[in-house]
Design a protein around this ligand. Structure first.
Ligand SMILES: NC(=O)c1ccc[n+]([C@@H]2O[C@H](COP(=O)([O-])OP(=O)(O)OC[C@H]3O[C@@H](n4cnc5c(N)ncnc54)[C@H](OP(=O)(O)O)[C@@H]3O)[C@@H](O)[C@H]2O)c1
Length: 290
């Protein structure tokens, strides 16, 4: 028996298997395209001839492939399903909270225990002390495999027994990151249009990130507590800044989609009578749109 099986040897699955091997574990691997297992075989992994024997080889199977549907199709094959009883299935493919709930129900029915994870890192960060992987599911399932999973990410975090929590937090963090990155691209266009160095702008934003992080944390606390008065940064101030950004884009003849979106969204807050409240009151606009 191996300690763990890794199913899916794309760039991420290979990184996961590599970190487990470096951690001293006996690892069995399987990938649809067998050639992708060759490098790991050279590092000491056992390469299973088929998925059924890969699952049979270890008490824990970590899955990291493109999508839950593909994973379900693989594990639903009768020869594979037959080996699931009593095994722990750890799904580290990226999915939605509903997919996590559906997969947990399916896995329990197949006699397996189930954990659902979200990798908040790039493949070359796997195994590092500050790498974050979120894991959700039953704590009694998590506890015995925690040490194994911590080989993958020093910042491994158990986020509770709501099995959709890891992918929900993954989606939430991507929402934040996409908003910031799309804003950064527009900021870069402003710099280009004004003849300023884009890399200097990027450096300036990197220095500001701790302040941004503190603001996001404080706004999240306001939202959690429904407390939007007594602010040092009123929503109407941000709305006026967004209108200025629209004007700047027109003056500089650069793409105006991002500032138009920001001005439109913040304008809805002002129109709803929230202008004197904290920026976090924007949540009320989004709640009403639900
Ligand atoms: N790369 C990252 O930065 C990153 C970060 C966080 C999370 N993730 C997640 O990790 C997962 C894998 O991503 P990756 O970056 O490793 O992608 P990748 O390099 O493109 O590898 C995709 C993997 O999925 C397998 N696969 C796809 N469809 C399949 C099917 N129908 N049946 C069986 N196997 C199938 C591929 O097998 P073949 O080799 O046979 O094609 C390969 O092992 C994804 O859910 C991704 O969102 C990736």
């Amino acid at each position: 028996m191996s300690d763990v099986t890794v199913v899916g040897l794309g760039v991420m699955g290979s990184a996961l298997a590599g970190a487990l091997l470096r951690g001293g574990h006996a690892v069995t691997v399987w990938n649809r395209t067998a050639a992708r297992a060759e490098g790991l075989a050279g590092q000491g992994a056992s390469v299973a001839a088929d998925l059924a024997s890969a699952v049979a080889a270890s008490p824990v199977a970590i899955v990291c492939i493109d999508g839950y549907d593909a994973a379900r199709a693989l594990f639903d094959a009768p020869a594979v399903r037959a080996h699931l009883t009593g095994r722990v299935l750890v799904q580290l493919s990226t999915g939605t909270p509903q997919e996590a709930r559906d997969t947990e129900a399916w896995a329990l029915q197949a006699g397996a225990e189930y954990l659902d994870g979200a990798i908040l890192a790039y493949p070359d960060q796997i195994g590092a002390a500050d790498t974050v992987i979120l894991v959700a599911g039953r704590h009694a399932t998590f506890a015995p495999v925690e040490g194994l999973l911590r080989r993958l990410a020093g910042g491994l975090s158990f986020v509770g027994d709501q099995v959709g929590a890891a992918s929900a937090l993954d989606c939430a963090s991507l929402a934040f990151i996409f908003g910031a990155y799309l804003g950064a691209f527009h900021g870069a266009r402003i710099c280009e249009a004004e003849g300023l160095r884009v890399d200097a702008f990027g450096g300036m934003m990197a220095e500001l990130m701790p302040v941004v992080g503190t603001e996001v944390k404080q706004m999240s606390e306001r939202i959690q507590q429904d407390r939007f008065g007594d602010t040092h940064s009123a929503l109407r101030t941000y709305a006026a800044a967004a209108v200025r950004m629209v004007r700047q884009a027109a003056d500089a003849r650069i793409d105006g989609e991002f500032p138009a979106y920001a001005a439109g969204a913040l304008g809805k807050g002002v129109d709803a009578g929230l202008g004197d409240e904290d920026l976090a009151a924007m949540i009320k606009v989004l709640r009403a749109a639900r």
